[in-house]
Ligand binder design. Structure first.
Ligand code: ATP
Length: 337
């Protein structure tokens, strides 16, 4: 355990965000890591006050600290403000969204032996926000794919594979239809693949990939995807291993990293104390690895596994009846040094 105190920004977010991020803070503290959390507000309430869900002081705080743990921030559908999640990733150039999807031992789930990592391009594609009305009844939404962003996300995926000893990277695409945009994404992945001869590279059309994932997910090791495909398949993959309550994530750039669960703000269960905090707790474990606190991260992950092995210690999304605070306490007890 390091005795150094780390400075990390905490963005509680909307809906279940405050409940699940506080649970993660409790577990990190129990694991013996000293963090000076700088709490900043972003999201729907902030939008009411400042006219933006993501004020500049929030961005500056993350830039200065270099890392953040973030709760989900809801995004209005159809109209309203632009997604704070997308704004944050674009403003801080957090170009790689990384989501490890693993079967948790002891948890009854549809598939055993899943161990893959989703590497999603986080800054462009159909999330560029370039939409306009051409004429009444006709709109255009622009998908932006650049060589620069495609090369760097491909390189991130291959470097992750090399670092983690993974033997295969699969680029997911629809280049049979979007020949230019997805074609460029694939061409960049092919160029990067040449620098990693020890890692197998293949390409799979997104619809086939979705089918393969729900029949034989164990075949995949690293999935390299553009922004939209990565968003959709992240939730699908979460479903393979127990749902949105157990899959962590991170958004990584050259200068800073923001750690957050795959799930959204779950307004349907907010404030009831029943949300599963494990996805955010596992995201906090990734944050600790990023800070060089590997030992504490390992203890937290082992604590999560030991907790989930007991059916009485599962939240409703996993078929149990435990509350958010029960789970946080159980993991905290098991993560102590
Ligand atoms: P948003 O607009 O923020 O994306 P959403 O409700 O559309 O919110 P999610 O928040 O991802 O999307 O929720 C999808 C479903 O999964 C909801 O029924 C929600 O209650 C459930 N869910 C998501 N996260 C959790 C969690 N941590 N614990 C329990 N259930 C969850």
């Amino acid at each position: 355990m390091s005795s150094r105190e780390h400075e990390v920004v905490l963005i509680p977010g909307d809906g279940i965000g405050p409940e699940v991020t506080e649970a993660a803070v409790q577990v990190v503290e129990a694991a013996g890591v000293k963090i000076a959390w700088e709490r900043v507000e972003a999201g729907a309430d902030v939008f009411q006050k400042y006219g933006t869900p993501l004020p500049d002081p929030v961005l500056n705080a993350v830039r200065t600290a270099g890392s953040a743990l973030k709760g989900p921030i809801g995004t209005p559908v159809g109209g309203g403000f632009k997604s704070a999640n997308v704004l944050l990733r674009q403003s801080l150039d957090l170009y790689a969204c990384v989501r490890p999807v693993r079967t948790i031992p002891g948890l009854p789930v549809p598939f055993a032996g899943v161990d893959l990592v989703i590497v999603r391009e986080n800054t462009e594609g159909l999330y560029s926000g370039l939409e306009h009305r051409v004429a009444p009844g006709v709109v255009e939404s622009l998908k932006v794919v650049t060589e620069r962003a495609s090369l760097r996300i491909a390189r991130y995926a291959f470097e992750l594979a090399r670092r983690e000893g993974r033997k295969r990277v699969s680029a997911v695409h629809k280049a049979n239809i979007m020949k230019l945009s997805d074609g460029l994404f694939l061409e960049c992945a092919q160029r990067v693949a040449r620098d990693f001869p020890e890692i197998d590279y293949d390409e799979i059309i997104i619809d086939n990939c979705a089918m393969q994932l729900v029949t034989r997910p164990q075949q995949f090791q690293v999935l390299l995807l553009d922004n939209l495909y990565g968003d959709i398949l992240s939730d699908l993959c979460a479903g393979l291993v127990g749902g949105l309550g157990v899959v962590p994530g991170s958004n990584v750039g050259a200068d800073c990293a923001v750690f957050e669960a795959v799930h959204g703000s779950a307004p349907d269960i907010a404030g009831q104390g029943v949300a599963n905090p494990i996805a955010v707790i596992l995201s906090a474990a990734q944050l600790l690895r990023h800070l060089g606190e590997d030992d504490a991260a390992r203890r937290i992950e082992a604590g999560v596994h030991a907790t989930l092995a007991e059916p009485a210690l599962r939240t409703a999304d996993l078929g149990g009846s435990a509350g958010t605070a029960d789970i946080a306490r159980a993991i905290a007890e098991r993560a102590c040094p």
